[in-house]
Design a protein around this ligand. Structure first.
Ligand code: 13P
Length: 253
């Protein structure tokens, strides 16, 4: 992508989802080692399962690898069995957090207003949120994708993000884990619509907010996707589990 002095470096984010036991820390170490040899033109972040967050943060300490949580609760603490607060993510060494991933929205019924609450909590804990949006195949096929996603952006982004560092990730549900990447035309159209909404919500700041694409990003397609207008990085699932593939995507940025 073309960088100007006001364009942030692309963010390449690896979302491990519910994958990774202790042995997977070696993959994170390998990512850190790969970046030490070749400082990247991108920011790089890994989002392990909560059970590995602290140990992974320690394993890559001092490297170029940032660490983040896959979710956070909207409250700082409380009687919420199984949940993790943004403060806890930060306390474990996280610098970023994913809010409103489609798997959270689908599997746990998270709504856009709830996602906005999580983003608020992230800011309060000093974390940089990545707020996810994306349409189902039905919405895409019925021509409602852009309107739906723009509305998700409006409802999921609290206005308290003004002046703060944050990212939006566009992940069409039909492209996640399927091997079917959205076409470059689809990506460009959607990112432009998200950009327009960001500018309408946040003014000048909205021009620089990174909009990541996610959905079957692989070493083979990363370069073309990352070069597309208004693509400010990638949110990578399956291909982030192996350091070699993830580093290849970082190199494509
Ligand atoms: P895949 O890269 O496995 O399609 O997953 C995308 C994703 O959901 C990242 O958050």
């Amino acid at each position: 992508m073309t960088l100007s002095s006001t364009t942030p470096r692309p963010l390449i984010a690896g979302n491990w989802k519910m994958n990774g036991l202790s042995a997977a820390l070696d993959e994170a170490r390998a990512v850190a080692a790969g970046l030490d040899r070749q400082p990247a033109a991108a920011r790089v972040a890994v989002f392990p399962p909560a059970t590995l967050l602290h140990r992974l943060a320690q394993a890559v300490e001092g490297s170029f690898v940032l660490v983040g949580g896959q979710d956070c609760h909207h409250k700082a603490s409380g009687a919420n069995t199984g949940d993790i607060s943004a403060e806890m993510v930060a306390d474990a060494g996280g610098k970023l957090v994913i809010c409103g991933h489609s798997e959270r929205r689908t599997d746990h019924g998270e709504t856009s207003p709830q996602v906005a609450g999580k983003a608020e909590a992230a800011l309060a804990a000093g974390l940089e949120p990545i707020i996810c949006v994306g349409e189902t195949l039905d919405l895409r096929q019925s021509g409602q994708a852009v309107a739906f996603v723009v509305n998700q952006v409006r409802e999921s982004l609290p206005l308290s993000l003004a002046g703060q560092a944050f990212n939006v990730a566009y992940e069409p549900l039909w492209a996640i884990g399927t091997g079917h990447t959205a076409s470059i035309d689809n990506i460009v159209e959607m990112h432009a619509a998200i950009r327009a909404e960001l500018i309408s919500l946040f003014g000048e700041q909205g021009r620089g907010v990174p909009i990541l694409y996610g959905g079957s990003v692989k070493p083979e397609n990363a370069r073309e996707i990352l070069a597309a207008p208004d693509v400010g990085g990638a949110l990578v699932g399956g291909a982030s589990l192996k350091a070699k593939d993830f580093l290849a995507i970082v190199e494509a940025a």
